[in-house]
Design a protein around this ligand. Structure first.
Ligand SMILES: NC(=O)c1ccc[n+]([C@@H]2O[C@H](COP(=O)([O-])OP(=O)(O)OC[C@H]3O[C@@H](n4cnc5c(N)ncnc54)[C@H](OP(=O)(O)O)[C@@H]3O)[C@@H](O)[C@H]2O)c1
Length: 275
């Protein structure tokens, strides 16, 4: 284990906040970095990067809003080079499974890290369970109905706590360098099954309904969601969610020596924030 400051980008977000809590519980100096944090970091403002990185030995990389945004690979490669120049020795990248742009970002970070002599680990994750309980779908689920342009495709939703536990191991322990951990939940579920599972675990009724993408997009546009975000969602729902990620992977078992957490347990674990 290395004694050092760890910079947690996206440190106020779904995975970053969990990683920060786990690091601090182990007595590690975790520095939260985002646009709204005391340590301000904006991916769109390279001038904020070096001050945020000063004195850090390792970095958790969670790009926002999404690795699918064009140019994320270039931003992350440039950030990795800045990190190396600031004295960082290790980077851990949060990535998405079966997403061409995310895999391109992985390659860019790996190449920049290799060139600068940094060790890297990639966490290639399926969709998070927490999308239903605290992410972009939470309000709809809480209101009793989630309507999305997706039908019977299955996804092995992963618990963000599992991701955080693997990230902490990769940040602190030797043995994860140069590895890509494919992190999923233990079982592939349809979105209807996932929402039913959330309802059962929370005791609050909720159901799922499939809507055509144009109707979904029109609803988002009426609610003021920008066109580029709608385009991103179109890419996610029509291209990424085509069944390519249906098979669960054993990355949690490989990295932690225990099975991945199932959806019901994951929801119960975050039930405090839900209620
Ligand atoms: N959700 C999923 O199912 C899923 C699956 C696989 C991979 N991913 C990947 O997960 C990443 C997001 O991580 P997450 O879900 O842990 O975070 P999140 O909950 O989406 O929160 C985003 C975090 O990034 C910060 N942020 C937003 N815009 C920023 C900017 N311009 N510059 C710097 N920081 C910014 C936010 O804080 P501020 O608002 O304070 O800046 C917040 O800490 C994306 O790259 C996505 O591709 C998500």
């Amino acid at each position: 284990m290395t004694a050092q400051t760890i910079l947690v980008t996206g440190g106020t977000g779904t995975t970053g906040s969990r990683i920060t809590a786990r690091l601090r519980a182990r007595g590690v100096d975790a520095r939260v970095a985002s646009r709204s944090s005391a340590c301000r970091l904006d991916w769109a403002e390279p001038g904020t990067w070096a001050p945020a990185l000063a004195g850090a030995g390792a970095v958790y990389l969670a790009y926002a809003p999404d690795l699918a945004v064009p140019g994320s690979d270039q931003v992350l490669a440039a950030f990795t080079r800045t990190a190396a120049a600031a004295g960082v020795r290790r980077v851990v990248l949060l990535s998405g499974r079966g997403e061409p742009a995310a895999q391109q970002a992985e390659l860019a970070v790996r190449a920049a890290a290799d060139a600068a002599g940094l060790s890297w680990t990639v966490l290639r994750c399926s969709w998070f369970v927490q999308n239903f309980t605290e992410g972009q779908f939470a309000d709809a689920v809480r209101a009793g109905e989630l309507a999305l342009p997706v039908a019977d495709v299955v996804e092995p939703f992963v618990d963000a706590e599992d991701i955080a536990e693997v990230a902490v191991a990769a940040l602190l322990d030797d043995g994860h360098a140069g590895r890509t951990h494919e992190l999923t939940g233990p079982r592939a579920l349809t979105f209807a099954e996932a929402v039913a599972g959330v309802a059962a675990a929370t005791g609050r009724p909720a159901c799922f309904r499939t809507v055509p993408f144009p109707a979904y997009a029109a609803e988002l546009a009426a609610a003021g969601v920008p066109d580029d975000v709608i385009g991103l969602l179109n890419h996610l729902f029509t291209e990424v969610l085509d069944g390519r990620n249906a098979a669960p992977a054993d990355g949690v078992q490989q990295a932690l020596g225990r099975p991945a957490t199932d959806l019901a347990s994951a929801v119960r674990r975050s039930v405090g924030s839900w209620v």
